[in-house]
Design a protein around this ligand. Structure first.
Ligand code: GLU
Length: 487
C-alpha cells in the first residue's frame, strides 16, 4: 500500500508572500491535489525578532486570494497541530533533550563573544569558519553543573566527522555533500527557540510529511536535515528542490524588476487565476500547444517529473498577456469591480458608485474591451472619459491640431453634430465621413484631430464609440476647447 501524500508549505511570516514563495506553495498544492493527498500550511515563526502578526495575516490572505486552500493549518487545525511553530516549543525541547541524552547532540556554553573572536581569528588565517567543537566532549557532570548554575547555552548537533551525506533529489538528481563541510550546527538557540533546520525536521517528521518541495536555496540545508532524520530514527521524506525565479536580467528576481509580492499584483489589478497559471509555468511545463491552463487542468496535469532544474525567468509582459486572456473570460460586472478601485485611487470616481456612474463605467470598460489587460491600465486607457479637462499629449496636439484645415473643419463638424437629434454611431458616422469627402481630406486628417481633442492622445478606443459615451454635450465642448486652444 502506498503512503498517502502529505506536503507542506512552510512560510516564515517575516514579510509579504512573494512570487517565489507563492510558486513553492502552488507546486505543493498542485502535487497534493493531483495525488489526492494533504496540503499542510505551517507557519515557521521561530525567528521572534523578524516574525510579525501583520505578515502572518498577509501571507494567509494571499494564499486565500490565490485559491490555495490548505487541509491542515492555521484557522482550521488538523490532527498534527498546532501549526504555528511558536506554539510547539515544548516539542522541540523534548526532542533536543532526547538527542542530548543519547549523545547525538550536546550542550554548548560558548558565549557569542567568544565565538565571534574565534571566527575573526579563522578569517584572518583564511580558514573555513566553523565551530571548533570545544563543548562537544564536556563531561555530563560538567554540563549538569553549568546548566544548574543557569549558564546560557545552545544545543548543537554532533555531525559525523567524516563520510558523505547524499540525497536523491526529485528535481536535481543525486546530490552529495561531504560531512566535513557540515558544522556542529545549532539546533536549539539560547532563547529556547529551535533553529530552522531542527524545527523543520521535527515538524516534517511529526506531521508525517512525505515530500518536501521547496526552493533550491534550501538545498544546502538538506544534508543537515538528513543527518537529523538519521539521528532521530525517522525516515527522511523525499526532496524536490525547485530552481529560483530570475528577473529579466538573469539576476534573482527582486523588487527592482517590478512587482514581486502577491498583494502588489492583486492591487495592480491582476486576476488570481492568471497568476496561478503563470506561476505554474515557472520551471514546470506540460507538452502541448498552449500555455493556458485552468486550475482544474493544472491539478490534473501537474507532476514533479516535469519540474525542470533550470531557473525560470519572470516575464512580466507574458504575465500581462495572460491576465488579458483571463480578463476576456470575466463578466463585465467583474471587470467593473476590478477597475473601480483604480479609478478611485486616481480620483476619477467615488465609491460607492451611484447607478449612473456604474453604468457609465460599464460602458467605458466595454468600449476599452481587450485593450484592458490589467486593472490599473484603466486609468491610462480611459481616464479621459472621467476627467473634466483633457490632458493633451503635446507632440500629438502640435502635429494634428495645428494644421490650417482643422479650425474650419471643427467648426462645421460642431454645427452638424449639434444638429443631430439622435447621437449614436449610425448618425455620427455619415457626418464625419461626409465632411472628410466634402473637404477633400483623408479620413486621418479629421479623425486624428478629433481623437486628440476628445481624448488627448493618438490612441483610443473606437472614435465614434468614444463620442457616444462622452455624449453630445461633452463632445461638442471638447471640440470647441481644442479649436480655441490650437487653431
Ligand atoms: N520557513 C522556510 C522558508 O520560508 C521553509 C523552508 C522549507 O520549506 O523547509 O524558507
Amino acid at each position: 500500500m502506498s503512503t498517502k501524500v502529505r506536503v507542506r508549505f512552510a512560510p516564515s511570516p517575516t514579510g509579504h508572500l512573494h512570487v517565489g514563495g507563492a510558486r513553492t506553495a502552488l507546486f505543493n498544492w498542485l502535487f497534493a491535489r493531483n495525488k489526492g493527498g494533504t496540503f499542510v500550511l505551517r507557519i515557521e515563526d521561530t525567528d521572534v525578532e523578524r516574525s510579525t502578526e501583520e505578515s502572518y495575516r498577509s501571507v494567509l490572505e494571499a494564499m486565500k486570494w490565490l485559491g490555495l486552500d490548505w487541509d491542515e493549518g492555521p484557522a482550521i487545525g488538523g490532527d498534527y497541530g498546532p501549526y504555528l511553530q511558536s506554539e510547539r516549543k515544548d516539542l522541540y525541547r523534548e526532542w533536543a533533550e532526547r538527542l542530548v541524552s543519547e549523545g547525538k547532540a550536546y550542550v554548548c556554553f560558548c558565549t557569542p563573544e567568544e565565538l565571534a573572536r574565534k571566527r575573526e581569528e579563522l578569517k584572518k588565517q583564511g580558514k573555513d569558519i566553523k565551530y571548533d567543537r570545544q563543548c562537544r566532549d564536556l563531561s555530563p557532570e560538567e554540563v549538569k553543573r553549568l546548566r544548574d548554575e543557569g549558564k546560557p547555552h545552545v544545543m548543537r548537533f554532533k555531525t559525523p566527522l567524516g563520510g558523505e551525506t547524499g540525497v536523491h533529489d526529485l528535481v536535481k538528481g543525486d546530490v552529495t555533500f561531504s560531512n566535513t563541510t557540515l558544522d556542529d550546527f545549532v539546533i536549539m538557540k539560547s532563547d529556547g527557540f529551535p533553529t530552522y533546520n531542527f524545527a523543520a525536521v521535527v515538524d516534517d517528521a511529526l506531521m508525517k510529511i512525505t515530500h518536501v518541495i521547496r526552493g533550491d536555496d534550501h538545498l544546502s540545508n538538506t544534508p543537515k536535515q538528513i543527518v537529523l532524520y538519521e539521528a532521530l530514527g525517522v525516515p527522511a521524506p523525499a526532496f524536490a528542490h525547485v530552481p529560483m525565479i530570475m528577473g529579466p536580467d538573469k539576476g534573482r528576481l527582486s523588487k527592482r524588476h517590478g512587482a514581486t509580492s502577491i498583494g502588489q499584483f492583486k492591487q495592480d489589478g491582476y486576476l488570481p487565476e492568471a497568476l496561478v497559471n503563470y506561476l505554474a509555468l515557472l520551471s514546470w511545463a506540460f507538452d502541448g500547444a498552449t500555455d493556458l491552463f485552468t486550475v482544474e487542468d493544472l491539478k490534473r496535469k501537474f507532476s514533479l517529473e516535469k519540474v525542470s532544474s533550470t531557473p525560470a525567468v519572470f516575464d512580466y509582459p507574458k504575465l500581462q498577456w495572460m491576465n488579458g486572456e483571463y480578463m476576456k473570460q470575466r463578466s463585465i460586472g467583474d471587470r467593473v469591480d476590478l477597475v473601480v478601485p483604480h479609478l478611485e485611487r486616481a480620483g476619477l470616481v467615488k465609491s460607492p458608485l451611484d447607478d449612473d456612474t456604474r453604468s457609465f463605467v460599464e460602458k467605458v470598460v466595454e468600449v476599452v474591451g481587450e485593450r484592458l489587460k490589467v486593472g490599473e491600465q484603466i486609468v491610462d486607457l480611459a481616464g479621459f472619459f472621467f476627467k473634466d479637462e483633457v490632458e493633451y499629449d503635446p507632440a500629438a496636439a502640435e502635429k494634428f491640431l495645428r494644421p490650417l484645415h482643422v479650425g474650419p473643419a471643427f467648426k462645421i463638424l460642431e454645427e452638424r453634430l449639434r444638429a443631430l437629434e439622435e447621437f449614436d454611431e449610425t448618425t455620427i458616422d455619415p457626418v464625419m465621413r461626409g465632411l472628410v469627402s466634402e473637404m477633400g481630406l483623408k479620413a486621418r486628417d479629421l479623425f486624428q484631430p478629433v481623437r486628440i481633442a476628445l481624448t488627448g492622445s493618438r490612441k483610443s478606443p473606437g472614435l465614434f464609440e468614444v463620442m457616444v459615451i462622452l455624449g453630445k454635450d461633452k463632445t461638442l465642448e471638447r471640440l470647441e476647447i481644442a479649436r480655441h486652444k490650437f487653431t
